[in-house]
Design a binder for this molecule. Structure first.
Ligand SMILES: Nc1ncnc2c1ncn2[C@@H]1O[C@H](COP(=O)(O)OP(=O)(O)O)[C@@H](O)[C@H]1O
Ligand SMILES: [Mg+2]
Length: 321
């Protein structure tokens, strides 16, 4: 997966898209790649994952090694950016038509908003086009897009094709063909769908994978099953808990060991129950999506946030890969 050049990380809201994007980006950089991590959602979550205040269109490098006592890892690098479609348009005009870099001037900005709102696919192609351009120019080894949720990612990935079909003329055509080449090439581009082993996220994931196959040329790189609960007990343990919770056993045990033991037994049964329910949803996913690589990211207990949490997801995903 990390040998590809462009990864779109998507999934249902709240399942861990940003966590997985940040973890993959950091893992790849720590393995020695130069990585660009782009926030396509624009809520500042990527910036928060690395504990930096403000991330904008211009890439901002972050340190790979925060612990100075450890040796610097590899030769990799990580930069963060947030998508801004108007800035992307300005950069495009500057690079392709050699127009001077313009500030945001009133009439142009208003025209842009008007066109972008009226014509479907314009904002999307400016976002996807910018990322594909970074790949084409080989400015980074790997570009990772922390992408919008299920419903919107299809529009992004289908935009170059939609515009190519709409506008058959030379100039635009030649500007979409190279994007289609990059997005449709499984060696270069992949979609990573994040889910949790719960009913709605798994159902949505199965639907999203079908829609991606139907409406886009992008390859599915992997599904990440996030927040996997640890297997704490064996089947024998579980049978024993069952017996201890029944009838007189519990009363006798509490009298011998103390009242707290009942609470521990309840917690143990809850943990196995939750895990078993998740296993059912996981099996449904695995049975429908035969052949799609599944990666597992455990539930992280302890409430880490920001950079510390991203370091943890990077290590966990790296081991999984
Ligand atoms: N493996 C995990 N263990 C514990 N908490 C997690 C895990 N993955 C994500 N979270 C938490 O779940 C919340 C949503 O994750 P986030 O990556 O922001 O989701 P999304 O980008 O899909 O909306 C965050 O508070 C995040 O810290
Ligand atoms: Mg997010």
């Amino acid at each position: 997966m990390l040998e590809r050049r462009l990864l779109f990380v998507t999934g249902k809201g709240g399942v861990g898209k940003t966590a997985v994007s940040a973890g993959l980006a950091l893992a790849a950089a720590q393995r020695g790649a130069s990585v660009l991590l782009c926030d396509l959602e624009g809520r500042g979550d990527v910036a928060a994952s690395f504990g930096v205040g403000d991330v904008r269109f211009a890439p901002r490098p972050v340190a790979l090694q925060t612990d100075p006592s450890k040796p610097a890892s590899g030769q990799g690098s990580l930069s963060l950016m947030a998508m801004d479609t108007e800035a992307s348009l300005r950069e495009y005009l500057h690079l392709n038509l050699r127009l001077p870099l313009l500030g945001r001037i009133g009439p142009l900005a208003r025209t842009f908003d008007f066109v972008a709102d009226a014509a479907p696919g314009v904002k999307e192609i400016l976002a996807v086009g910018k990322l594909a351009w970074e790949v084409r120019e080989r400015n980074y080894d790997l570009v990772i897009a922390d992408s919008p949720a299920s419903g919107h990612i299809v529009g992004h990935l289908a935009a170059p094709q939609a515009i190519a079909e709409l506008v058959q003329v030379g100039l635009i055509r030649s500007q979409t063909d190279w994007m289609l080449d990059i997005i449709g090439d499984p060696a270069q581009t992949g979609v990573v769908v994040v889910t949790t082993a719960e009913e709605m996220p798994v159902t949505e994931t199965i639907e999203l994978l079908a829609t991606l196959r139907q409406r886009t040329t992008a390859d599915i790189a992997a599904v990440v099953v996030n927040r996997v609960l640890p297997e704490l007990f064996t089947h024998r343990d579980e049978a024993l808990f069952g017996e201890l919770c029944e009838g007189d056993a519990r009363r006798v045990l509490e009298a011998e060991v103390g009242a707290g033991v009942g609470v521990v037994l309840d917690a143990a049964r809850l943990a196995t129950g939750l895990r078993r329910r998740a296993a059912g949803h996981h099996d449904r996913l695995r049975d429908v999506e035969v052949g799609v690589p599944l990666l597992y990211l455990p539930e992280r207990f302890g409430g880490d946030t920001g950079r510390a949490f991203s370091e943890w997801t990077a290590t966990a995903l790296d081991e999984e890969l």
